[in-house]
Write a protein that binds this ligand. Structure first.
Ligand code: AMP
Length: 489
């Protein structure tokens, strides 16, 4: 530092050594730099008599300003440079990056050396310094391993150094995730196993640790969602994730995604390492007179919303992929699928259970997120998973509503402006029922009757040990809507 600053034209006083008296070191200078080992910075700083005009700075990467507590003008200046000798160091300091904190005077030092200042707060200091050690010391340690492993095959380190330089250039241009190549990036675990078998046992832990670190990068390198349209491709993609030790969240949908779906995806992303959204309008769950042909679709919009909400995969199979021939197999869940929606749509839940079973078979072990918006469907899926031992944990998520209370639904786009206003009566009916639980059915029906354009299908209450569930279905014009609400006992 002294050499670099004197080359930059600064008047540098000869340095004091270990045995010198430092009491007056701050007198008559603009900047006193404490360049001792980290452990003695505080003692040296305390031994120097404070001066109102002198900036006292240390060069320790891991220390904050608190170690200079007695000095009115304190600063820290840490060059992000490896300094093996004074001569090499002075060269490297020119144009270097410096972590600065405290008195702004140290920025003049950085400017004098043509460097770049990084503001590092005291609480970030340890993380800043850890990253510096990884960048320099750990890299050297890794190159030591390169040297040993290469030597075991009779090869010189020099042969690998161009590879190292090229790799660092790639990282500078592309960032670490995109610069990653090799067997881990390709998911080629056979090659990784061959490498491990060839290594001396003492080299394996470091190799395995770095392979894990590389694996972490493969998940961050996928900044975009991967859209898959075959069951085999979907299964392979999720197998790869699980093989890498990542947990999978699954969000089955019929697409035309809205904020209700997004809440499921976001929850899955918060609780799982990767999230797959499935988009498939399942004909099996529509009766002949229902809206299969007009059901809204927008795969581009779905992919966008899935990406923004944190999904890594969208599985959007065409009809022939899901049902290549006449469907001869059906999953029927009894009891919980009877009544309510099951009464109004007798084939609906068989279609739901069958497609969800197919999706679970395609996805494999996962946590699957379903909305309470389709409360009876949630009970059907839970029963199916339990009875058929799918390796799937079902997570129920709360209903997301529009500001006026209407539950979000892909089918809301069918509503005319007048119908859209009238449709809010479903939510009002649920609230009125919840407020008078003993008469909930009558109260809900009476509330819906206040909207002549809304035709009630059912308004019912299901009782469990701990709660009531109020459920309602109605036709608003040609659009059938459902909603429900829980009331704790
Ligand atoms: P769908 O695309 O309508 O089949 O819905 C797919 C998943 O999203 C199901 O688990 C639904 O229960 C859930 N979902 C739909 N609308 C909402 C909503 N408004 N709030 C919460 N979840 C919802």
């Amino acid at each position: 530092m002294a050499l670099a600053l004197s080359r930059a034209g600064w008047d540098v006083v000869p340095a004091l050594g270990r045995d010198d008296d430092v009491e007056d070191a701050a007198a008559g200078v603009d900047l006193l730099v404490i360049a001792t080992p980290d452990a003695s910075v505080a003692d040296v700083a305390a031994a120097v008599t404070p001066s109102a005009s002198t900036v006292v700075a240390h060069l320790a990467g891991s220390l904050g300003l608190d170690v200079l507590s007695s000095h009115p003008r304190r600063a820290a200046l840490h060059p992000l440079v490896a300094l093996p000798s004074a001569e090499v160091g002075a060269d490297r300091l020119r144009g270097a990056w410096f972590a600065v904190a405290g008195d702004p005077f140290v920025r003049e030092v950085v400017d004098a050396l043509g460097g770049h200042a990084l503001d590092v707060r005291d609480e970030d200091r340890a993380a800043y310094h850890a990253a510096a050690c990884i960048a320099s010391n750990h890299l050297v340690a890794l190159l030591g391993q390169v040297e040993r492993v290469a030597a075991s095959a009779g090869l010189p380190l020099d042969a690998y150094l161009d590879l190292v330089r090229g790799t660092v250039d790639n990282v500078a241009h592309l960032g670490p995730a995109a610069a990653l190549t090799g067997p881990v990036a390709r998911g080629d675990w056979e090659t990784v196993a061959r490498h491990l078998a060839s290594l001396d046992a003492s080299e394996r832990p470091a190799y395995e640790a770095m392979a894990d670190a590389a694996l972490r990068l493969t998940s961050t390198s996928r900044s975009d969602v991967e859209v898959l349209d075959t069951i085999a491709g979907f299964r392979k993609a999720l197998d790869r994730e699980r093989h890498a030790g990542r947990t999978v969240g699954l969000v089955p949908t019929m697409g035309y995604l809205h904020d209700g779906h997004a809440s499921l995806i976001r929850r899955a992303a918060a609780e799982c390492d990767v999230v797959a959204v499935t988009v498939f309008v399942n004909p099996l769950q529509f009766a002949a007179n229902e809206d299969l042909s007009t059901y809204p679709r927008d795969l581009d919009g779905d992919v966008r919303l899935a990406r923004e909400s944190g999904a890594s995969f969208v599985f959007a199979p065409p009809l022939e992929e899901m049902y290549p021939g006449k469907v001869l197999t059906s999953v029927h869940v009894s009891e919980v699928s009877e009544g309510l929606e099951g009464a109004s749509r007798p084939t609906h839940f068989d279609g739901v259970a069958t497609v969800v079973a197919k999706l679970f078979n395609a996805s494999g072990e996962c946590r699957a997120y379903f909305g309470e918006k389709d409360w009876q469907q949630l009970q059907v899926v839970r029963a199916m998973v339990r009875d058929l031992s799918f390796p799937v944990e079902i997570v129920g998520c709360p209903i997301v509503r529009e500001p006026d209370g209407l539950a979000m639904s892909s089918r809301n786009v069918y509503l005319s402006p007048e119908e859209r206003v009238a449709a809010t009566v479903l939510h009002r009916a649920l609230q009125a029922g919840a407020a008078d639980i003993a008469n909930a059915r009558v109260v809900m029906a009476a509330t819906v009757a206040t909207e002549p354009s809304v035709d009630l299908d059912y308004a019912d209450v299901v009782e469990t040990d701990s709660a009531y569930r109020l459920l309602i279905a109605a036709r608003v014009g040609r659009t059938r809507l459902i909603d429900n609400q829980g009331v704790a006992k």
